[in-house]
Design a binder for this molecule. Structure first.
Ligand code: C2E
Ligand code: CA
Ligand code: CA
Ligand code: CA
Length: 275
Protein backbone atom coordinates (compact mmCIF):
# COMPACT_ATOMS: atom_id res chain seq x y z
CA UNK A 1 0.00 0.00 0.00
CA UNK A 2 1.05 3.54 -0.61
CA UNK A 3 2.53 5.40 2.35
CA UNK A 4 0.10 8.27 2.07
CA UNK A 5 -0.31 8.55 5.80
CA UNK A 6 -3.85 7.23 6.03
CA UNK A 7 -3.94 4.75 8.89
CA UNK A 8 -6.71 2.62 7.36
CA UNK A 9 -4.41 1.48 4.55
CA UNK A 10 -2.30 -0.45 7.04
CA UNK A 11 -5.16 -2.84 7.75
CA UNK A 12 -4.89 -4.38 4.30
CA UNK A 13 -2.63 -7.36 4.02
CA UNK A 14 -0.30 -7.24 1.02
CA UNK A 15 -1.74 -10.47 -0.53
CA UNK A 16 -5.24 -9.12 -0.19
CA UNK A 17 -4.15 -6.02 -2.00
CA UNK A 18 -2.77 -8.03 -4.91
CA UNK A 19 -5.92 -10.15 -5.09
CA UNK A 20 -8.15 -7.09 -5.13
CA UNK A 21 -6.01 -5.48 -7.76
CA UNK A 22 -6.14 -8.57 -9.97
CA UNK A 23 -9.91 -8.63 -9.63
CA UNK A 24 -10.17 -4.90 -10.48
CA UNK A 25 -8.09 -5.25 -13.60
CA UNK A 26 -10.07 -8.32 -14.66
CA UNK A 27 -13.25 -6.25 -14.33
CA UNK A 28 -11.80 -3.39 -16.36
CA UNK A 29 -10.61 -5.75 -19.11
CA UNK A 30 -13.92 -7.62 -19.13
CA UNK A 31 -15.85 -4.40 -19.71
CA UNK A 32 -13.82 -3.82 -22.88
CA UNK A 33 -13.70 -7.42 -24.09
CA UNK A 34 -17.03 -7.51 -25.92
CA UNK A 35 -16.36 -4.36 -27.94
CA UNK A 36 -12.81 -5.60 -28.64
CA UNK A 37 -14.17 -8.91 -29.96
CA UNK A 38 -12.12 -10.97 -27.54
CA UNK A 39 -14.79 -13.63 -26.96
CA UNK A 40 -15.06 -16.80 -29.02
CA UNK A 41 -17.41 -19.74 -28.97
CA UNK A 42 -16.15 -23.29 -28.87
CA UNK A 43 -18.43 -26.25 -29.54
CA UNK A 44 -18.40 -29.73 -28.04
CA UNK A 45 -20.42 -32.58 -29.61
CA UNK A 46 -23.21 -34.43 -27.86
CA UNK A 47 -23.33 -37.90 -29.34
CA UNK A 48 -26.62 -39.70 -29.72
CA UNK A 49 -25.86 -43.22 -28.51
CA UNK A 50 -28.62 -45.14 -30.30
CA UNK A 51 -28.11 -43.46 -33.68
CA UNK A 52 -24.33 -43.25 -33.17
CA UNK A 53 -24.23 -39.72 -34.54
CA UNK A 54 -23.78 -36.12 -33.42
CA UNK A 55 -27.13 -34.76 -32.25
CA UNK A 56 -25.86 -31.32 -31.34
CA UNK A 57 -23.11 -29.22 -29.83
CA UNK A 58 -22.85 -27.32 -26.56
CA UNK A 59 -21.56 -23.78 -27.08
CA UNK A 60 -18.87 -22.86 -24.54
CA UNK A 61 -17.59 -19.31 -24.39
CA UNK A 62 -13.86 -18.53 -24.41
CA UNK A 63 -12.09 -15.27 -23.62
CA UNK A 64 -8.85 -14.65 -25.45
CA UNK A 65 -7.28 -12.01 -23.23
CA UNK A 66 -4.73 -9.86 -25.13
CA UNK A 67 -2.02 -10.39 -22.46
CA UNK A 68 -3.10 -13.35 -20.39
CA UNK A 69 -4.22 -15.66 -23.22
CA UNK A 70 -7.25 -17.91 -22.79
CA UNK A 71 -9.18 -17.34 -19.58
CA UNK A 72 -11.68 -20.03 -18.62
CA UNK A 73 -15.38 -19.22 -18.23
CA UNK A 74 -15.20 -20.62 -14.70
CA UNK A 75 -13.08 -17.56 -13.89
CA UNK A 76 -14.80 -14.75 -15.80
CA UNK A 77 -18.51 -15.73 -15.90
CA UNK A 78 -18.96 -15.11 -12.15
CA UNK A 79 -17.25 -11.70 -12.54
CA UNK A 80 -19.45 -10.85 -15.53
CA UNK A 81 -22.47 -11.75 -13.38
CA UNK A 82 -21.26 -9.55 -10.53
CA UNK A 83 -20.58 -6.44 -12.59
CA UNK A 84 -23.75 -6.58 -14.69
CA UNK A 85 -22.17 -7.71 -17.94
CA UNK A 86 -23.65 -11.19 -18.22
CA UNK A 87 -26.75 -10.14 -20.13
CA UNK A 88 -24.86 -8.41 -22.93
CA UNK A 89 -22.32 -11.25 -23.04
CA UNK A 90 -25.21 -13.75 -22.95
CA UNK A 91 -26.93 -11.97 -25.85
CA UNK A 92 -23.71 -12.17 -27.87
CA UNK A 93 -23.39 -15.89 -27.10
CA UNK A 94 -27.02 -16.55 -28.10
CA UNK A 95 -26.71 -14.73 -31.38
CA UNK A 96 -23.31 -16.19 -32.24
CA UNK A 97 -24.44 -19.73 -31.37
CA UNK A 98 -27.62 -19.46 -33.48
CA UNK A 99 -25.75 -17.90 -36.42
CA UNK A 100 -23.18 -20.69 -36.35
CA UNK A 101 -25.76 -23.47 -35.98
CA UNK A 102 -27.71 -22.11 -38.96
CA UNK A 103 -24.77 -23.16 -41.17
CA UNK A 104 -24.81 -26.79 -39.89
CA UNK A 105 -26.77 -29.76 -41.29
CA UNK A 106 -30.46 -29.38 -40.36
CA UNK A 107 -30.60 -32.21 -37.81
CA UNK A 108 -27.90 -30.75 -35.58
CA UNK A 109 -28.85 -28.66 -32.54
CA UNK A 110 -26.95 -26.09 -30.51
CA UNK A 111 -27.07 -25.85 -26.71
CA UNK A 112 -26.45 -22.52 -24.98
CA UNK A 113 -25.74 -22.02 -21.27
CA UNK A 114 -27.84 -19.41 -19.49
CA UNK A 115 -26.83 -17.73 -16.24
CA UNK A 116 -29.45 -17.38 -13.49
CA UNK A 117 -28.77 -13.64 -13.68
CA UNK A 118 -30.08 -13.56 -17.27
CA UNK A 119 -33.44 -14.75 -15.93
CA UNK A 120 -33.67 -11.73 -13.64
CA UNK A 121 -33.48 -9.55 -16.72
CA UNK A 122 -36.93 -9.17 -18.30
CA UNK A 123 -35.49 -9.06 -21.82
CA UNK A 124 -34.33 -12.68 -21.99
CA UNK A 125 -37.27 -13.89 -24.10
CA UNK A 126 -36.74 -10.98 -26.47
CA UNK A 127 -33.02 -11.78 -26.74
CA UNK A 128 -33.75 -15.39 -27.63
CA UNK A 129 -36.33 -14.51 -30.26
CA UNK A 130 -34.02 -11.88 -31.74
CA UNK A 131 -31.18 -14.40 -32.04
CA UNK A 132 -33.52 -16.87 -33.73
CA UNK A 133 -34.90 -14.26 -36.12
CA UNK A 134 -31.50 -12.89 -37.13
CA UNK A 135 -30.02 -16.34 -37.73
CA UNK A 136 -33.18 -17.84 -39.21
CA UNK A 137 -32.54 -20.92 -37.06
CA UNK A 138 -35.53 -23.20 -36.40
CA UNK A 139 -36.41 -22.76 -32.70
CA UNK A 140 -36.32 -26.51 -32.02
CA UNK A 141 -32.63 -26.51 -32.93
CA UNK A 142 -31.86 -24.24 -29.98
CA UNK A 143 -31.55 -25.78 -26.54
CA UNK A 144 -31.10 -23.63 -23.44
CA UNK A 145 -29.18 -25.14 -20.52
CA UNK A 146 -30.17 -23.95 -17.08
CA UNK A 147 -29.04 -25.03 -13.63
CA UNK A 148 -31.09 -25.61 -10.53
CA UNK A 149 -30.03 -22.24 -9.17
CA UNK A 150 -32.24 -20.67 -11.85
CA UNK A 151 -35.26 -22.35 -10.30
CA UNK A 152 -34.16 -21.38 -6.78
CA UNK A 153 -34.71 -17.69 -7.43
CA UNK A 154 -38.16 -16.18 -7.85
CA UNK A 155 -39.65 -19.45 -8.99
CA UNK A 156 -42.92 -18.17 -10.46
CA UNK A 157 -41.28 -15.64 -12.73
CA UNK A 158 -38.64 -18.12 -13.86
CA UNK A 159 -41.10 -20.88 -14.63
CA UNK A 160 -43.28 -18.42 -16.55
CA UNK A 161 -40.24 -17.37 -18.60
CA UNK A 162 -39.35 -21.01 -19.28
CA UNK A 163 -42.89 -21.68 -20.49
CA UNK A 164 -42.72 -18.64 -22.77
CA UNK A 165 -39.47 -19.93 -24.26
CA UNK A 166 -40.94 -23.38 -24.66
CA UNK A 167 -43.99 -21.94 -26.48
CA UNK A 168 -41.56 -20.39 -28.96
CA UNK A 169 -40.42 -23.94 -29.70
CA UNK A 170 -37.07 -23.74 -27.91
CA UNK A 171 -35.85 -26.78 -25.95
CA UNK A 172 -34.89 -26.57 -22.27
CA UNK A 173 -32.25 -28.73 -20.57
CA UNK A 174 -31.48 -29.12 -16.88
CA UNK A 175 -27.69 -28.82 -16.49
CA UNK A 176 -25.43 -30.29 -13.77
CA UNK A 177 -28.25 -32.54 -12.59
CA UNK A 178 -27.70 -34.21 -9.24
CA UNK A 179 -25.41 -31.58 -7.72
CA UNK A 180 -28.04 -29.44 -6.00
CA UNK A 181 -30.14 -30.03 -2.95
CA UNK A 182 -33.50 -31.16 -4.25
CA UNK A 183 -33.10 -32.02 -7.90
CA UNK A 184 -36.18 -34.20 -8.05
CA UNK A 185 -38.59 -31.47 -7.05
CA UNK A 186 -37.18 -29.24 -9.80
CA UNK A 187 -38.02 -31.87 -12.40
CA UNK A 188 -41.61 -31.55 -11.26
CA UNK A 189 -41.66 -27.77 -11.55
CA UNK A 190 -40.96 -27.76 -15.28
CA UNK A 191 -41.16 -30.33 -18.12
CA UNK A 192 -37.54 -30.29 -19.27
CA UNK A 193 -36.59 -31.79 -22.62
CA UNK A 194 -33.27 -33.06 -21.39
CA UNK A 195 -31.40 -33.89 -18.20
CA UNK A 196 -27.62 -33.45 -18.15
CA UNK A 197 -26.05 -35.72 -15.54
CA UNK A 198 -23.23 -33.87 -13.82
CA UNK A 199 -19.71 -34.98 -14.65
CA UNK A 200 -18.90 -35.69 -11.01
CA UNK A 201 -21.00 -38.88 -11.27
CA UNK A 202 -19.17 -39.95 -14.40
CA UNK A 203 -15.75 -39.21 -12.90
CA UNK A 204 -16.35 -41.51 -9.95
CA UNK A 205 -17.99 -44.35 -11.86
CA UNK A 206 -15.06 -46.71 -11.51
CA UNK A 207 -14.31 -45.94 -7.86
CA UNK A 208 -17.81 -45.78 -6.42
CA UNK A 209 -20.55 -48.33 -7.01
CA UNK A 210 -23.25 -45.87 -5.95
CA UNK A 211 -22.45 -43.58 -8.89
CA UNK A 212 -23.44 -46.25 -11.39
CA UNK A 213 -26.67 -46.85 -9.48
CA UNK A 214 -27.40 -43.11 -9.51
CA UNK A 215 -26.67 -42.72 -13.23
CA UNK A 216 -28.84 -45.74 -14.00
CA UNK A 217 -31.78 -44.38 -12.03
CA UNK A 218 -31.49 -40.88 -13.54
CA UNK A 219 -31.52 -42.47 -17.02
CA UNK A 220 -34.59 -44.49 -16.05
CA UNK A 221 -36.28 -41.45 -14.58
CA UNK A 222 -35.59 -39.48 -17.76
CA UNK A 223 -36.97 -42.28 -19.92
CA UNK A 224 -40.20 -42.49 -17.94
CA UNK A 225 -40.64 -38.70 -17.94
CA UNK A 226 -39.96 -38.52 -21.69
CA UNK A 227 -36.72 -36.57 -21.25
CA UNK A 228 -33.44 -37.48 -22.89
CA UNK A 229 -30.43 -37.96 -20.62
CA UNK A 230 -26.89 -36.81 -21.37
CA UNK A 231 -23.85 -37.88 -19.40
CA UNK A 232 -21.21 -35.14 -19.27
CA UNK A 233 -17.47 -35.46 -18.89
CA UNK A 234 -17.10 -38.91 -20.45
CA UNK A 235 -13.36 -39.32 -21.01
CA UNK A 236 -12.66 -43.04 -21.33
CA UNK A 237 -14.02 -46.02 -23.22
CA UNK A 238 -14.75 -47.65 -19.89
CA UNK A 239 -16.95 -44.73 -18.82
CA UNK A 240 -18.60 -44.68 -22.23
CA UNK A 241 -19.53 -48.37 -22.01
CA UNK A 242 -20.88 -48.05 -18.47
CA UNK A 243 -22.86 -44.92 -19.32
CA UNK A 244 -24.51 -46.43 -22.38
CA UNK A 245 -25.28 -49.67 -20.52
CA UNK A 246 -26.91 -47.52 -17.83
CA UNK A 247 -29.33 -46.24 -20.49
CA UNK A 248 -28.23 -42.64 -21.09
CA UNK A 249 -29.40 -41.44 -24.49
CA UNK A 250 -26.50 -39.08 -25.18
CA UNK A 251 -22.85 -38.75 -24.25
CA UNK A 252 -20.60 -35.69 -24.13
CA UNK A 253 -16.92 -35.51 -23.22
CA UNK A 254 -13.27 -35.63 -24.23
CA UNK A 255 -13.74 -39.28 -25.24
CA UNK A 256 -15.43 -37.95 -28.37
CA UNK A 257 -13.97 -34.50 -28.67
CA UNK A 258 -12.73 -31.40 -26.88
CA UNK A 259 -14.68 -28.18 -27.41
CA UNK A 260 -13.42 -26.65 -30.69
CA UNK A 261 -13.92 -23.50 -32.76
CA UNK A 262 -16.74 -23.72 -35.32
CA UNK A 263 -14.27 -23.79 -38.21
CA UNK A 264 -12.86 -27.12 -36.99
CA UNK A 265 -16.15 -29.04 -36.68
CA UNK A 266 -16.71 -32.03 -38.94
CA UNK A 267 -20.26 -33.12 -37.88
CA UNK A 268 -19.58 -36.83 -38.40
CA UNK A 269 -17.99 -39.31 -36.01
CA UNK A 270 -14.62 -40.64 -37.09
CA UNK A 271 -15.37 -44.32 -37.82
CA UNK A 272 -13.46 -46.79 -35.72
CA UNK A 273 -12.44 -44.38 -33.02
CA UNK A 274 -15.20 -45.69 -30.78
CA UNK A 275 -17.43 -48.73 -30.74
P1 C2E B 1 -20.83 -26.68 -17.95
O1 C2E B 1 -22.02 -26.05 -18.58
O2 C2E B 1 -21.09 -27.78 -16.97
O3 C2E B 1 -19.91 -27.16 -19.16
C1 C2E B 1 -19.16 -28.35 -19.17
C2 C2E B 1 -17.70 -28.09 -18.89
O4 C2E B 1 -16.99 -29.34 -18.87
C3 C2E B 1 -16.98 -27.27 -19.94
O5 C2E B 1 -15.99 -26.48 -19.29
C4 C2E B 1 -16.32 -28.34 -20.81
O6 C2E B 1 -15.22 -27.85 -21.55
C5 C2E B 1 -15.92 -29.32 -19.76
N1 C2E B 1 -15.76 -30.68 -20.30
C6 C2E B 1 -16.31 -31.23 -21.40
N2 C2E B 1 -15.96 -32.52 -21.55
C7 C2E B 1 -15.16 -32.82 -20.50
C8 C2E B 1 -14.48 -34.03 -20.09
O7 C2E B 1 -14.53 -35.09 -20.71
N3 C2E B 1 -13.76 -33.94 -18.92
C9 C2E B 1 -13.68 -32.79 -18.19
N4 C2E B 1 -12.95 -32.81 -17.07
N5 C2E B 1 -14.31 -31.65 -18.55
C10 C2E B 1 -15.05 -31.67 -19.68
P2 C2E B 1 -15.77 -24.95 -19.65
O8 C2E B 1 -15.89 -24.76 -21.13
O9 C2E B 1 -14.52 -24.50 -18.98
O10 C2E B 1 -17.00 -24.22 -18.99
C11 C2E B 1 -17.15 -24.19 -17.59
C12 C2E B 1 -18.50 -23.64 -17.19
O11 C2E B 1 -18.62 -22.27 -17.58
C13 C2E B 1 -19.67 -24.34 -17.87
O12 C2E B 1 -19.95 -25.56 -17.20
C14 C2E B 1 -20.74 -23.30 -17.72
O13 C2E B 1 -21.32 -23.36 -16.44
C15 C2E B 1 -19.97 -22.00 -17.86
N6 C2E B 1 -20.11 -21.49 -19.23
C16 C2E B 1 -19.42 -21.82 -20.36
N7 C2E B 1 -19.87 -21.11 -21.42
C17 C2E B 1 -20.88 -20.32 -20.97
C18 C2E B 1 -21.75 -19.36 -21.58
O14 C2E B 1 -21.73 -19.08 -22.80
N8 C2E B 1 -22.67 -18.73 -20.75
C19 C2E B 1 -22.75 -19.03 -19.41
N9 C2E B 1 -23.67 -18.38 -18.67
N10 C2E B 1 -21.95 -19.94 -18.82
C20 C2E B 1 -21.02 -20.57 -19.57
CA1 CA C 1 -23.75 -26.68 -19.71
CA1 CA D 1 -22.80 -29.23 -16.95
CA1 CA E 1 -20.83 -27.30 -14.42
Amino acid sequence: AKADGRATYRFFEPEMDAELQARRSLEIDLRKALANREFELYFQPQVNVRANEIGGYEALVRWRHPERGMISPGEFIPVAEDIGLISSLGDWVLEQACMTASTWPKGIKVAVNLSPVQFRNKTLVQSVSRALARSDLAPDRLELEITESVLLQDNNLTVATLHQLRRMGVRIAMDDFGTGYSSLSYLRSFPFDKIKIDQSFVRELSSRADCLAIVRSIAGLGASLGMSTVAEGVETEDQFLQITAAGCTEVQGYYFDQPKPASELVHTLTPGRWR
